[in-house]
Design a protein around this ligand. Structure first.
Ligand SMILES: C[S@@+](CC[C@H](N)C(=O)[O-])C[C@H]1O[C@@H](n2cnc3c(N)ncnc32)[C@H](O)[C@@H]1O
Length: 204
């Protein structure tokens, strides 16, 4: 298992209710032009350091600088959601299936005074639309489930909306570009770094 997943085989980070013993930690990183400290815990994705893919996404994709409706799909403890909120001062929806992650993103956002609504996917109103969707998506769920997830959320982009995704090259980033484009979401490789691709996805 990869170092950054930090969970046991029997308890994946995308478990809905992690039961591992609490192990609170703080992760420090730079985004939105400032130092950010976030609390993490066991049972959430990359609990001991900022995931390198997330770091590439935050470095290479342009964080929005105006208020808008932003979605962090698969938010974990919230590094993307919080950065979106700090950069844009807009309203951020952070979704995850992992309830411990949702508790963490709520407290992290509150600590920084950022407006983030952290919620399970089912609780997002069906008619909610987003100006941008950002995601370090859960590749480990498998290709079929990942495709299903993207087909579920990308149509919720507002007209002219854009999604920013980060995917490791060796985990199918290039084939995902082709698949998204074929499905009617024109996608380009915006940047590459350290084996990760940042994808820019449009709503056709
Ligand atoms: C690769 S991690 C990224 C976490 C966080 N955004 C970060 O950058 O550290 C993907 C996240 O997607 C969540 N996830 C898995 N299946 C999901 C689903 N069906 N809907 C929403 N989130 C999901 C996982 O629990 C996990 O927190």
């Amino acid at each position: 298992m990869a170092h950054n997943d930090e969970v046991t085989e029997s308890e994946h980070y995308f478990a809905t209710r992690p039961n591992s013993q609490a192990k609170p930690r703080t992760i420090d990183f730079e985004a939105a032009g400032r130092q950010i400290s976030l609390r993490t815990d066991s049972g959430v994705f990359s609990a001991s350091r900022l995931d390198p893919g997330t770091a590439v996404l935050l470095r290479k994709a342009p964080l929005p600088t105006r208020p808008g409706r932003y979605l962090d799909l698969g938010c974990g403890y919230g590094p993307i959601a919080v950065s979106l909120g700090l950069a844009s001062q807009g309203s951020v929806t952070a979704v995850d299936v992992n309830t411990r992650a949702l508790e963490l993103v709520r407290s992290n956002a509150a600590e920084l005074g950022v407006e983030v609504t952290a919620t399970t996917p089912e609780e997002v109103p069906a008619d909610a639309r987003f100006d941008q969707i950002w995601s370090n998506p859960p590749i480990r769920v498998g290709k079929a489930a990942l495709h299903e997830l993207l087909e579920q959320w990308l149509p919720r982009l507002a007209p002219d909306g854009v999604a920013w995704l980060v995917v490791a090259r060796h985990k199918g980033a290039d084939s995902l570009v082709d698949w998204l484009t074929e499905r009617g979401f024109p996608t380009v490789k915006h940047a590459s770094q350290k084996g990760y691709r940042v994808l820019r996805v449009e709503r056709a």
